[in-house]
Design a protein around this ligand. Structure first.
Ligand code: CP
Length: 319
């Protein structure tokens, strides 16, 4: 496989060939979901700790399933159930978990940089399962795997990312990942939900490949892939209101059957979840034939199996 680093903190740390290696590695595990016995043995005897300081349905379950399907022990710890509620620092928590000799720590935290801090503090492989508004690398990898599988390629595709870009770690990771794989990306939202410099997060590469638009129809026109984002109200605390109200946002930036018609006829509709029905997606689109939201979830397990093997076995990953 030729993997160089075992941590997975940021898509920014991966080059295109390493991203493709992870996608290829994940491809081997998609068929496993259809088997009656979904069990391999490559991580037998290994331990994976899922340390989640923020709520999660998809990522946490997916990492736990991925670990178990490879025969690793998977331990889940939630922030509210950990001793950080008694004043223990994140680094002390990580060092104490390390003292029990896990092979990998999967971490989700509300603060951008939390995964990097842990990766510098412990010798175990650390996987970022979402850190604040910074990155969600495995979401971007599973999104890329889904696009590649359904469209055959990513190179040359037109991808539009619509919604709350200001608070979205998924958008940041996807912009970096898809740009590295040769897509053209439009980001689309009201100006108040577009962070300054979003088209520069990957330097020259994203300056060339990312276009900002504040008109939904313009963003959707001719798109191959439409990626919708949830408004992350939980991250708005203490901020001035960025849009008049949810109904107005839905009217101007929500994806409906009418607005989806601006995209290419074969365009797929993606969403990292959780979706807010009737806000960023009409129910007809969310449940319609173009939505691939549940495929993203299904195929995410295969990608996380690949990521865990990469983290724990490194170059020893079975080929
Ligand atoms: N996509 C995603 O990160 O979902 P969860 O918050 O449920 O893990």
């Amino acid at each position: 496989m030729g993997y160089v680093t075992r941590h997975l903190v940021s898509i920014a740390d991966l080059d295109a060939s390493e991203i493709v290696a992870i996608l290829d590695h994940g491809d081997r595990y998609w068929p496993l979901a259809d088997e009656p016995i979904k069990k391999l043995t490559s991580l037998r005897g290994r331990t994976v700790i899922n340390l989640f300081f923020e709520n999660s349905t998809r990522t946490r379950t997916s990492f736990e399933l991925a670990a178990k399907r490879l025969s690793a022990e998977a331990i889940n710890i939630s922030g509210s159930g950990s001793s950080t509620t008694k004043g223990e620092t994140l680094i002390d928590t990580a060092r104490n978990l390390q003292a029990m000799h896990p092979d990998a720590i999967v971490v989700r935290h509300a603060y951008g940089g939390a995964a990097a801090v842990i990766a510098r503090s412990v010798p175990s492989a650390v996987i970022n399962a979402g850190d604040g508004q910074h990155e969600h690398p495995t979401q971007a990898l599973l999104d890329a795997a889904t696009i590649r599988r359904l469209k055959g390629t990513i190179d040359g595709l037109e991808v539009v990312i619509v919604g709350d870009l200001a608070h979205s770690r998924v958008a940041r990771s996807n912009i970096l990942c898809l740009a590295k794989l040769g897509a053209r990306i439009r980001v689309c939202a009201p100006l108040t939900l577009i962070p300054r410099g979003i088209d520069e997060i990957g330097g020259e590469l994203t300056r060339e490949r990312v276009r900002v638009t504040t008109r939904l129809e313009d963003g959707l026109e001719g798109a191959d892939v439409v990626m919708m984002l949830r408004v992350q109200s939980e991250r708005f605390e203490g901020e001035a209101s960025r849009f008049p109200n949810t109904r107005e946002l839905s009217r101007t930036f929500g994806l409906s059957e009418r607005t989806l018609a601006y995209a290419k006829p074969g365009a797929i509709v993606m969403h990292p979840g959780p979706i807010n029905r009737g806000v960023e997606l009409s129910p007809g689109v969310a449940d319609g034939p173009r939505a691939v939201i549940l495929q993203q979830v299904s195929w995410g397990v295969a990608i996380r199996m690949a990521v865990l093997e990469r983290a724990i076995l490194g170059d020893g990953s079975p080929v």
